[in-house]
Design a binder for this molecule. Sequence first.
Ligand SMILES: C[S@@+](CC[C@H](N)C(=O)[O-])C[C@H]1O[C@@H](n2cnc3c(N)ncnc32)[C@H](O)[C@@H]1O
Length: 215
Amino acid sequence: MDILHPAVDRYLTELAHKDDEPVLLEMEALAAREHFPIIGRLCGRFLEVMARANGARRIFEMGSGFGYSAYWWSRATGPDGEIHLTDTDPANQSKALDFLGRAGLDAPIDYHVGPALDVFNETAGDFNIVYCDIDKDGYPDAWEAAKTRVRIGGLYLCDNMLWSGRVTGESDEPDVRDGYTEAIDKTNRAIASDPNFRSFILPIRDGVVAAVRTR
Ligand SMILES: C[S@@+](CC[C@H](N)C(=O)[O-])C[C@H]1O[C@@H](n2cnc3c(N)ncnc32)[C@H](O)[C@@H]1O
């Protein structure tokens, strides 16, 4: 199921291509070569816009891969930010630090190797933005842990909330792993009904939720 009409996707992506910088292109080429699921230009731009609009300085990311989404956070915060990245794979850490270093965007980065929720629980304080892109069975717990540690006025953002349309119950595509669709749907419903947040799922790429904490 296409979330966005392919022509609309192409149009939006073409507009987003004015950011063609060598390191960004290198990261995108690596993702294409290794079939690594980066968020891509449209979501990347969206994250940067959200972070800039929020004046975000302190950001926690769950599931960072080789630093593609962090590229956009770093553009938004500049060197005065504090961006915590997490991944269970140490090879991703070294790739991320290399890419972000060469892009001149590594100043605010603190990359932790380990399970995202454990690292989150060990990292003190609250955040302007918590962003989640880990294995999907972890989504309900990630939301539960993060929702009280997003500052009032801050954002919880999470990728793959439409899961190629499977959450609608009208997709014929089999799930990637048992329970993923249910976990995402459960999280969508929890976020949408939380009295302390106002939220919206933007149907670009695979659906990204933006939830602002109001109280
Ligand atoms: C979809 S990729 C992240 C892509 C990244 N956000 C980007 O757009 O550049 C998911 C990453 O999360 C990592 N991951 C999955 N579950 C995790 C968990 N529970 N804790 C930490 N990392 C996790 C995987 O190793 C993988 O690198």
